[in-house]
Ligand binder design. Structure first.
Ligand code: ADP
Ligand code: ADP
Length: 226
């Protein structure tokens, strides 16, 4: 049984742009599903609809059997990481990580513990008191991942998390993310236009083109067919 069930979801923007034909996609619990395709094919639109940041034009999205397409973002139990890391610039790394838990009125001890755990997980201990502007792009993205995971979301959504980084950082963080995914086992939808990135991180890849899913399978199935 799929964990996230996207059924006949389509999207036409108010200006008439048709971004997605009716999409059918089943995402399993704990898997990393990569949406791969060229710019403009509808990847972000689909991700944003799962996140609740964009309304669907029709169809249904269920998580664990529950219809969520009418739920606002804050009710969806989702962690988000975007290309343009949206860390709060006036807060330290630790405060950024703590933010979502403070909103949820977690206890001081619980927050302290979790901030520590996240700093360790993402190897940020030394940087906890720095502001985002004092971090490299890769460090900012690690902090963004730490913040996204701190509230223990059921689903992690990542939109081109490595695209803004230079080639070397990209390679480094790609390997780090792949290891993290294997360790975490959190249901993840990961958007990229980069085939190498997709192959490194995905359990399955959905290849998109012009608003449709052309092919779906493991990296092996998609790239090593005889
Ligand atoms: P991708 O993430 O694959 O680059 P998007 O989902 O961003 O693709 O965009 C899919 C299509 O929808 C593109 O043609 C894009 O120009 C269009 N689009 C995206 N956002 C909007 C918007 N807010 N209004 C109108 N058209 C949009
Ligand atoms: P306060 O809640 O007292 O205003 P802050 O806003 O400075 O504290 O920080 C929010 C939370 O972030 C704290 O409760 C703490 O758990 C965590 N935090 C802040 N700074 C650090 C730090 N240097 N090391 C570990 N955790 C920190």
């Amino acid at each position: 049984k799929p964990y996230i069930h996207i059924h006949e979801v389509h999207k036409t923007y108010p200006d008439g742009t048709k971004a997605l034909e009716p999409i059918h996609l089943e995402i399993r619990h704990g898997e990393v599903l990569v949406l791969l395709g060229p710019s403009g094919c509808g990847k972000s639109t689909l991700l944003r609809m799962i996140a609740g940041l964009e309304q669907t034009s029709g169809g249904s999205i269920t998580v664990n059997g529950e219809e969520i397409s009418h739920l606002p973002p804050e009710k969806r139990d989702i962690g988000l990481v975007f290309q343009q890391y949206a860390l709060f610039p006036t807060m330290t790394v630790a405060q950024n990580i703590a933010f979502g838990m403070k909103l949820r009125k977690k206890s001081k001890q619980e927050i302290q513990k979790k901030v520590q755990d996240m700093l360790e997980l993402m190897n940020l201990q030394e940087l906890k008191d720095r502001k985002p502007a004092q971090l490299s792009g890769g460090q900012q993205q690690r902090a963004a991942v730490a913040r996204a995971l701190a509230t223990e979301p059921k689903i992690l959504l990542m939109d081109e998390p490595l695209t803004a980084l230079d080639a070397k950082l990209k390679e480094y963080l790609r390997i780090e993310l792949a290891q993290l995914f294997r360790k975490l086992n959190i249901t993840t939808v990961y958007v990229t236009h980069d085939q190498v990135e997709a192959m490194a991180t995905a359990d399955r890849i959905a290849v998109m083109d012009k608003g449709v899913i052309r092919q779906i399978g493991t990296p092996k199935e998609i790239y090593h067919q005889p």
